[in-house]
Design a binder for this molecule. Sequence first.
Ligand code: ATP
Length: 265
Amino acid sequence: MNLQHERIAGLCEELRLPFVAQGYGAAAQKAAVLGTPYSDFLEGLLREEAAGRTVRKQSMMTRLAGFPAIKTLDGFNYEFAKGVKRSQVEELAGLGFIERNENVVLVGPSGVGKTHLAIALGYRAAQAGVKTRFMTAADLLLTLTTAHRQNNLKAVLHRAIKAYRVLVIDEIGYLPMNREQANLFFQVIAVLYERGSLIVTSNLPFGQWDATFAQDTTLTAALLDRLLHHAHIVPIAGESYRLKHQRQAGMVQPAGGDRATGDRV
Ligand SMILES: Nc1ncnc2c1ncn2[C@@H]1O[C@H](COP(=O)(O)OP(=O)(O)OP(=O)(O)O)[C@@H](O)[C@H]1O
C-alpha cells in the first residue's frame, strides 16, 4: 500500500466509510485504465458505501428480529390459503401500516400459514430497516414475568418493547394465561398502542380470547379494543399446510374425509 492509500484508508476509518475503504483501490485502478471522469468515480464510490450500509443494516435488523426461520411473501401459496386476499397482503407488504402505527391480526386454525405471513411481513419490515422483533406469546410472557419478578418491568416495557417499531407476537391463544400473565400481556398492547405496530397470530376467534386471558372479560375487551382499533384483520381458513405433503402421499385423511371407503386427497 503506498502512502496515499494509507492516508485514504486512515481518513475512511476516521469518517467511518468502510465500503469506500474497501472499494477504493480497485475503483481507482479501473478509473485510471478507463479514464473515468472524476465525478463518476466519486459517485461510484459513494454508491458502494450507500449499498454496503443498506445490506449491513438489513442483515443487522434481520438478526435482531430473531425470526425462527425466514419466510417470504414470494414463498406463500395463495391458492392453498383459503380466504386470504392477495390484494390485502400486497397492500400490507407496502409497509404503510407501520408508518400509520396500525396492527395486523392473522387468525385461523393450525398450520394454515399465519406464522409464515407474520414472519414474511416482519422480514420485509426488517429489510426496510425497521426495528422489528419476533416473539411467541410464550416467549414474551417469560420475558415479562422474569422482568416483573426482578422489579424490572417498567424498564423492559419502556426501553425494550417500546423501542420496537414492529412487534410480532405469534401463537396467542395456545397457552391460557393466569391473571398476572394476562395483566402483563395487556401492558405490552397498551404500551405500543398508536406508537408501534403489532403483527399477531391466533388460532382463536376474538369471541373466545377471554379463555386465554384468565377469563377476564373486562381486560380482554380492553385489550381487543386497543389491538383492533387500527387493525388489518387477515382471516385464513382451510387445512394445515403441514399435512399437505402427507395427504398428497396418501398418509393422512382430510378433515371430514370418508374413512370407511379410505378416500384420500
Ligand atoms: N399458503 C402457504 N404457502 C406456503 N407455505 C405455507 C402456507 N401455509 C403454510 N405454509 C408452511 O407450512 C408450515 C406451517 O405454517 P405456519 O407455521 O405458518 O402455520 P400457522 O397457521 O402459524 O400454524 P400454527 O397455528 O400451528 O402455528 C410452515 O412451514 C409454512 O411456511
